[in-house]
Design a protein around this ligand. Structure first.
Ligand SMILES: [Zn+2]
Ligand SMILES: [Zn+2]
Length: 380
């Protein structure tokens, strides 16, 4: 078959003065119609498809198109060994793939991105803090692994001038087209080249230091300031401390994820703290001013009124966790648990019997006489 005889304009069904966008539109329409995945006659479709790719690759490129218009065939230097299998003229498969399926959105293609500036990956590291540290804030040294450019090869993956060669399988394109049988038909797939994993080049003499990876794992440590008020699952982003970027791209970030350890006496709910405090049943009945343990600092007094029932919660305003960013504190909720004595001596039993016989009226008179004696007998 002589490619020089083909009329690319006719193949795509466009006039000779068609604009690039008209050519693209026509190609897209035909490609959908004749794509071997959807066409009835696979063989014919594959032939037409190859033809269309060839036509499009020439007509969509100003330089190749001008050459074709003048000489009636495409510039021959682009036809190399293996090129025909790929659709001819080193057709940009990535472009085809994106054109057909409208993916990629803005040219974030794969395989060919090796030399494009890319931002380094974010790294994650976890840090455990106590609830007290979450309250006061803390400084922590975190250790993490980062991939840095190998100094031995400067990231070239080889130290030899001829250590890297253009991949013979894909001719450096990084991508190959293949027909995959899927049982009821075949599917034309464009995928990364299996021999060079989409890099377009193969490493024949890998650097001894990094074994051809171009990067080496380095352990790093960094002191991280944990602000007061942090909560479980919160991630602190430390800008620019992630993996280095490629080809001049910016580095990624280090994300420090906080885990706050549970506390034996305080439960956290957002910015509030919940604390269970045990009181005697006489304290609950008579009311009392009781010292309440604080997460940080000295105990603080809380007034509990007479007749407090077990399970009642009191709020100590502003005694909870500091709010992240420094706008005050949450509250401390004190849940009162009334303890009922389990073992009574004979004197206590006697007094309680008298208490029961006296009835509720008398019991509410206050702490002075009768009830006071019970309290002293039981807890004194
Ligand atoms: Zn190296
Ligand atoms: Zn390859």
């Amino acid at each position: 078959m002589n490619m020089a005889q083909k009329d690319y304009y006719q193949i795509l069904g466009v006039p000779r003065d068609a604009s690039v966008s008209d050519i693209k539109k026509a190609y897209k329409r035909l490609a959908r119609q004749y794509h071997p995945d959807v066409a009835e006659d696979k063989q014919e479709a594959e032939r037409r498809f190859g033809e269309m790719n060839e036509a499009y690759s020439v007509l969509s490129d100003d330089e190749k198109r001008a050459y074709y218009d003048r000489f009636g065939h495409a510039p021959s230097q682009n036809v190399g060994p293996g090129a025909a299998d790929m659709g001819g003229f080193g057709f940009p498969f990535g472009d085809l793939f994106e054109t057909l399926f409208d993916i990629g959105g803005g040219g974030g293609g794969r395989g060919r991105s090796a030399n494009r500036p890319t931002r380094g990956r974010d790294l994650r590291v976890g840090v455990r803090v106590t609830l007290e540290e979450a309250y006061t804030g803390a400084r922590r040294e975190v250790a993490y692994q980062v991939e840095e450019t190998c100094l031995n090869c400067q990231g070239r993956c080889t130290t030899e001038p001829d250590g890297v060669q253009t991949c013979k399988t894909c001719q450096g394109a990084g991508q190959v087209q293949r027909i995959v049988n899927i049982g009821f038909g075949s599917l034309t797939q464009v995928g990364p080249c299996p021999d060079c994993r989409g890099q377009g080049r193969t490493l024949t003499k890998p650097c001894s230091e990094c074994r051809g990876r171009g990067v080496v794992n380095t352990r790093k440590t960094l002191e991280v300031a944990i602000p007061p008020g942090v909560d479980n699952g919160l991630s602190l982003r430390i800008s620019g401390k992630g993996e280095p970027g490629q080809s001049g791209g910016p580095p990624g970030n280090l994300l420090v994820t906080i885990q706050v350890e549970p506390h034996p006496s305080f439960e956290r709910q957002g910015d509030d703290l919940i604390h269970r405090h045990r009181v005697t049943f006489t304290e609950a009945a008579l009311g009392a001013r009781i010292p309440i343990q604080q997460l940080i600092g000295e105990p603080e007094p809380m007034k509990m009124p007479a007749g407090t029932q077990s399970g009642t919660t009191f709020r100590m305003k502003g005694k909870g966790m500091p709010r992240l960013g420094g706008s005050g504190h949450g509250d401390l909720h004190v849940m009162v648990e009334v303890m009922v004595p389990t073992r009574l001596n004979s004197k206590q039993k006697e007094l309680l019997k008298q208490f029961a016989e006296a009835g509720s009226q008398e019991a509410e008179e206050g702490s002075g006489g009768f009830f006071g004696r019970i309290r002293d007998a039981i807890f004194g």
